[in-house]
Design a protein around this ligand. Sequence first.
Ligand SMILES: Nc1ncnc2c1ncn2[C@@H]1O[C@H](COP(=O)(O)OP(=O)(O)OP(=O)(O)O)[C@@H](O)[C@H]1O
Ligand SMILES: [Mg+2]
Ligand SMILES: [Zn+2]
Length: 512
Amino acid sequence: MLSIVNSCCCLGLETHYVRVEADVSRGLPAFNIVGLPDAAVREATERVRGAIRNAGFEFPVKRITVNLAPADLRKEGSLFDLPIAIGILAATGQIPSTIIPRHLFVGELSLDGTICPSPGILSMAGSIGKEHPQKIFIVPHDNLEEASLIKGVDAKGAGHLSDMIGYIRGEKELPAAADIPDFELQPEPGAAAHLDFADVKGQQRVKRALEIAAAGGHNILMIGPPGAGKTLLARRLPSILPPLSREECLEVTRIYSVAGLLPKDHPVIRARPFRAPHHTASAVSIIGGGRVPRPGEVSFATHGVLFLDELPEYHRDVLESLRQPLEDGIVTVTRAAGAFTFPARFIFAASMNPCPCGHLGDPGRECICTPHQAQRYRSRVSGPILDRIDMHVEAPRLELRDLKAEKKEESSQEIGKRITKARQRQRERFQGAAINCNAEMQNHHLPRYCPLDNNAKELLYQAFHKLKLSMRALDRVVKIARTIADIAESPRIEEINLAEAIQYRCLDRSLW
Ligand SMILES: Nc1ncnc2c1ncn2[C@@H]1O[C@H](COP(=O)(O)OP(=O)(O)OP(=O)(O)O)[C@@H](O)[C@H]1O
Ligand SMILES: [Mg+2]
Ligand SMILES: [Zn+2]
C-alpha cells in the first residue's frame, strides 16, 4: 500500500515543500529511503523503527520504500522522521489516512517516540501562512510557540508519536497555536542591560561618536592605545539603541531559528543582538556557510551590533568578505546546493590599536615600533574596508583629570532619549520609502533627503580636495551630517553639522 504525507524543510531561509511517499509491500524485509544523503538515511531508519516500536505500534516486517520528492532537492536534517513514521503507519493500515492530506508534518523522532524540536520552524510557518493557509501545520511541541508568531497559520504541537497517532485516529486533540497568548512586544533588556555608559569616565568624543552611530545606524572604528576603554565603550552600544519593532523581532528570530539557536524557553528574540566573535573565528562562522548553508555572525547581528575587537587580528578573508554586508546589508553564500542569501544589516563597531605596541601617537608613552611595523599592522585593514566604515574616532589614553573628576557621567538612558527622538525624525522623513535610518540611504537618495546649501557644498568640496576623501567617503559624510542634524533637531543640515561629520573621516588620512 502506498501513502503520501506532506512535509517541508528549510534551506537557507527558504521553505521547500516535500512529499513523503511510503510504500509497504510483501517481499524480503527491507527499509529503504531514497532522496536523502547516505548517512542521514541510515540514522533516519533507526530512529523511525525505534520510535514506532516504543510508541507501542508494529514495525512491519515487509519491504518498505520511502521516497522523498522532489528528488533533486537537497534535503538535510532529521525533521522528516515524523512524516516517514506516519507514512509507514498509514500504509500498513495502523492509522486511517483520511485527515493526513490536510496537514503538513515536521519533526525529529527520538528512539522512545518523543518528537524533538527542529530548526527553521518560524521560516516554514511564514511560508505556509502565505502558500498553504488552509493546511494544518504539525510541529514539535517545543516549537509551537515559535510557529504561533505567524498569524494566519493553523499550527498544532505534538510532543510524542503516540499523541500524534491519537490525533490522527480522532481520539485526541493536540494543543493549537491559538491557545498561546499573542506575543506582545515587550522591549526586553538585552544581555548587556547592566552595562551603562555612566560607568565610563571621560572619552566624550568617543561617546558622542557612538551616540551618532546609534542614532543613524552608522559604522564606527575606534583607534587608541591599550586600556583607553575601547572595548568598555563598544559593549555599551546596545544600551542606547531603541527597542526592536515587531517586524524586526520576527526577522531576527527567523535567523536564529534556522540556525537552531533559539533558546528553548525563549522562542522570540526581543533584545537587539550584540555579537562579538573572537578574532580567531573562521570566515564560515562569521560570514555564513557550511555544507548546509547556515547564517554566520554577520546575520546573527542583524538589527543589532557586530563588534570586532582588535580588527587587524582577524583573518584577511574574513575582513574582505565583510565588504558585501557592509555595503548591501545582505550576505550571499554560494555552495554546491546553490546560492543562499541571508540578511546582514547591523551596526558595525570595531576597535584597534594604532600600531603593534599600541602607543603610536600616545603622549603618555613612547611607541617602540618601527614605522614599517606600524605600517604593516595597519595595512592588514585594507583601504576598501576602511572606506566602508563611516566614522573613525580616536580613543586617547584617559587623562588624569578625567580619572580624578567626580563628575557624574551621562547614563545610557539619557543618551537613549536623544536617540529615540532622532530615530523618530528619520522615520517621519523616510515614510513610504524602504529606509529605516540614515545609514541605509543610497546615493541617489541624498539630493532628496539631504539637500545642502551653498556654504555646506563649498565645505564638502574643500574636504574632497584637501583631505583627498573618496566619493564613497563624501556620501558617508553627508549621511552622518544628516544624523548629527537629527540629534540637534534641525531640519536642515547646517555647516557645523557637516564640519563635525568630516572630522570623523580625518583619522584614516593621518594614519594610513
Ligand atoms: N574611560 C574609562 N572609564 C572607566 N574605566 C576605564 C576607562 N578606560 C579604561 N577603563 C578600565 O580599563 C580597563 C580596560 O579597558 P578596555 O578593555 O576597554 O581597554 P581597550 O581600549 O579595549 O584596550 P585594548 O586596546 O588593550 O583592548 C577596563 O576594564 C576598565 O576597568
Ligand atoms: Mg580592547
Ligand atoms: Zn608602537
